[in-house]
Design a protein around this ligand. Structure first.
Ligand SMILES: Cc1cc2nc3c(=O)[nH]c(=O)nc-3n(C[C@H](O)[C@H](O)[C@H](O)COP(=O)(O)OP(=O)(O)OC[C@H]3O[C@@H](n4cnc5c(N)ncnc54)[C@H](O)[C@@H]3O)c2cc1C
Length: 474
C-alpha cells in the first residue's frame, strides 16, 4: 500500500529548466509547491546543454551590439522556421522575449555584452550573443530581418568552457526555486497521476523502496524532459531518430515518462520531431563546398545552420550525402564528424569513386562553378561570402552519409499543450489539473530543418513559467 502524506497546491515533476521556472513562478503566485525529481540532483538535460537561450525582440545584449531586433521580426522568423507553427504561442514568446530575458537575468543568470560573429557549433568564448539559427540564410533572410538571438549563459567572471553554460543555468534556476520556497524531494520517481472525476489531483511516486501518494489542490506540472533515452518510444513517436548509428545526447532519465503519464489520462501529443546534427563546420571555409546526394545533385544552401543542412543530408535517398571540396577550401572539420573519403585529381575520378551516375557530378559542378565565378548561386541562394568556384585540384569528398558521419541529437516535442501549459486531451480540451512544459511538451522547436539553438531552453523556461503561474492561480 502506498503511504499517503499531506498535499500541496502545485506538484512539479522534474527539476530541469522547465520545472525550476514553473516552481519559481508558482511560488511567486503564492502556491505551496512540491518538486519531485527522479535523480539525486536536479538539472536534467538542461545541465548537459550548451546554455544557449533563444531570445530577441530587443534584449539588452542585442541593443548593446547595435541589433535593432523587434518582436515582430522574431515572430516572422519563428513562424517561417516552424513546420506547423502555433501562431498564438510564437506571438506570445516573441512579444514577451525582452521581458523574459530581463526575468532570467533578474534570477541570477548572467549574459555578458560580447558578440561572437563567426560560424560555430558551440562557441568557446564568454560572448553572450551569437547567431544560432538560419536567420541569415535563404529563404529566411527574405522572410524576416536577420538578428542574432542566441544568448549564451555566462559564468560570472569565467573564461568560458564548452558545456558550462547549461550547468550554470540549471544550477542557478534550481537555487532560485529553492530560495523562493519550493520544497524538493530527490530520488523521487513519479510513476502515476492520481485522478478524481477526470481531474488530476496528485501523483504516486517511489523513493528507493518506498511508495508515496501526494495530492495537489491546484495542479500537477509534468516537466520530465525529452524521450531520447527510450528506444521504443523513439521508434514509435520519432522514427527519423531511430537509427542505430545516431548518438542520442541528454540526461539518462530522458525516457519519456512524462509523455506516458500524460497519455495515461487521455492526453494528446503535439508535433514531435528531433534535432539531429553532425556539424561539418567550423572551419567556415567548408561552407564554400557543395553538398550532393547519390545522384550528384545539390539539395540545400550549404551556409544554412548545421541543424538544417544536416537534416537535409539525412533526408536524401538512402541517407547518402557528400560534401565536395577543392584544394582551395579544404580543411578538416573541427568536430571530426565526417570521415574524409579520399582525394582525386579530377572531378570525373571523384564521381566514379563515389558511384555517382557518370556525368551527373561533373554537370553539377560545372553549373555551380559557372555561376560562382560571378558570385551567384541561383539554385540555392548561398550568400556571396561562401560562393567560390571549386576548380583547384585535388578534389575531396567528406562523408555526410547516415552511418558514416557521427550524427547526434535529441527529441523535440511531446504532449499537446495550450499557451499556458495546460495538457490537451484528444477532444481538444484541457485536462483539469494537468500541465506540461519543457522537452516533454510540444511548443516551438519542432524539427531540425528550422531549429535554432536556444529555442528548447527558451521555451522550457518561458512556457514553464506560464504553466507555473496558471497552475498556481487557477
Ligand atoms: C548536449 C545537449 C546540448 C543542448 N544544448 C542546448 C542549448 O544550448 N540550448 C537549448 O535551447 N537547448 C539545448 N539542448 C536541449 C535542452 O537541453 C532541453 O530541451 C531542455 O534542457 C529541456 O529542459 P527540461 O526542463 O524540459 O528537461 P530536463 O532539463 O531534462 O529536466 C527534466 C528532469 O525531469 C526528471 N525526471 C524525468 N522523469 C521523471 C520522473 N518520472 N519523476 C520525476 N522526475 C523525472 C529528470 O531526471 C530531469 O532532471 C541541449 C540538449 C543536449 C542533450
Amino acid at each position: 500500500m502506498p503511504s499517503a502524506r499531506p498535499g500541496c497546491d502545485v506538484i512539479i515533476v522534474g527539476l530541469g529548466a522547465a520545472g525550476a521556472c514553473a516552481a519559481i513562478e508558482a511560488r511567486a503566485a503564492g502556491a505551496d509547491v512540491l518538486v519531485l525529481e527522479r535523480a539525486s540532483a536536479g538539472g536534467g538535460s538542461t545541465a548537459y546543454s550548451g546554455g544557449y537561450i533563444y531570445l530577441g525582440g530587443g534584449t539588452r545584449v542585442q541593443k548593446v551590439n547595435g541589433f535593432n531586433d523587434t518582436p515582430e521580426e522574431m515572430f516572422k522568423f519563428l513562424m517561417a522556421a516552424t513546420p506547423v507553427p502555433d501562431a498564438d504561442k510564437i506571438r506570445a514568446y516573441a512579444d514577451d522575449s525582452p521581458a523574459h530575458f530581463d526575468w532570467i537575468e533578474a534570477h541570477g543568470i548572467t549574459f555578458n555584452n560580447g558578440f561572437y560573429a563567426k560560424k560555430h557549433f558551440e562557441h568557446s568564448t564568454e560572448d553572450g550573443l551569437t547567431w544560432t539559427g538560419n536567420e541569415k540564410a535563404w529563404p529566411f533572410y527574405e522572410k524576416a530581418k536577420p538578428a542574432p538571438r542566441g544568448h549564451k549563459v555566462t559564468r560570472p567572471g569565467g573564461q568560458g568552457k564548452l558545456g558550462e553554460g547549461g550547468f550554470q543555468l540549471a544550477n542557478t534556476l534550481i537555487e532560485q526555486a529553492k530560495a523562493a520556497g519550493a520544497r524538493t524531494e530527490f530520488d523521487a520517481r513519479v510513476l502515476e497521476l492520481l485522478t478524481e472525476k477526470g481531474r488530476v489531483v496528485g501523483v504516486r511516486y517511489k523513493q528507493f523502496d518506498k511508495e508515496t501518494s501526494v495530492y495537489c489542490r491546484r495542479g500537477a506540472i509534468i516537466a520530465t524532459g525529452g524521450f531520447g533515452a527510450n528506444k521504443e518510444m523513439v521508434a514509435k513517436l520519432c522514427r527519423e531518430m531511430a537509427h542505430e548509428s545516431f548518438y542520442i545526447v541528454g540526461a539518462p532519465y530522458a525516457d519519456g515518462a512524462g509523455i506516458d503519464l500524460g497519455l495515461s489520462v487521455g492526453a494528446d501529443t503535439g508535433y514531435i520531431g528531433s534535432l539531429l546534427t553532425a556539424p561539418f563546420y567550423p572551419p567556415a571555409s567548408l561552407l564554400k563546398g557543395i553538398l550532393v546526394n547519390k545522384h550528384g545533385k545539390r539539395f540545400i544552401n550549404e551556409d544554412t545552420y548545421h541543424g538544417r543542412s544536416c537534416t537535409a543530408c539525412l533526408r536524401q535517398p538512402d541517407g547518402i550525402a557528400y560534401l565536395i571540396c577543392d584544394n582551395a577550401i579544404f580543411e578538416r572539420p573541427e568536430f571530426g564528424s565526417q570521415p574524409l573519403i579520399d582525394g582525386w585529381e579530377t572531378v570525373s575520378e571523384m564521381e566514379a569513386a563515389l558511384k555517382i551516375p557518370t556525368g551527373a557530378l561533373q554537370k553539377t559542378m560545372a553549373d555551380y562553378n559557372a555561376h560562382a565565378a560571378k558570385g551567384d548561386d541561383p539554385e540555392f541562394h548561398k550568400v556571396k561570402e561562401y560562393v567560390q568556384p571549386l576548380t583547384e585540384a585535388p578534389y575531396a569528398a567528406l562523408d555526410c552519409t547516415v552511418g558514416k558521419a557521427t550524427y547526434n541529437g535529441f527529441t523535440l516535442g511531446g504532449l499537446k499543450t495550450s499557451k499556458d501549459g495546460e495538457v490537451i486531451d484528444k477532444r481538444g480540451k484541457p485536462i483539469a489539473g494537468l500541465y506540461a512544459a519543457g522537452a516533454c511538451a510540444s511548443n516551438i522547436a519542432q524539427d531540425g530543418m528550422g531549429y535554432a539553438s536556444g529555442t528548447c531552453i527558451g521555451e522550457s523556461t518561458y512556457f514553464g513559467r506560464r504553466a507555473g503561474r496558471h497552475a498556481a492561480t487557477h
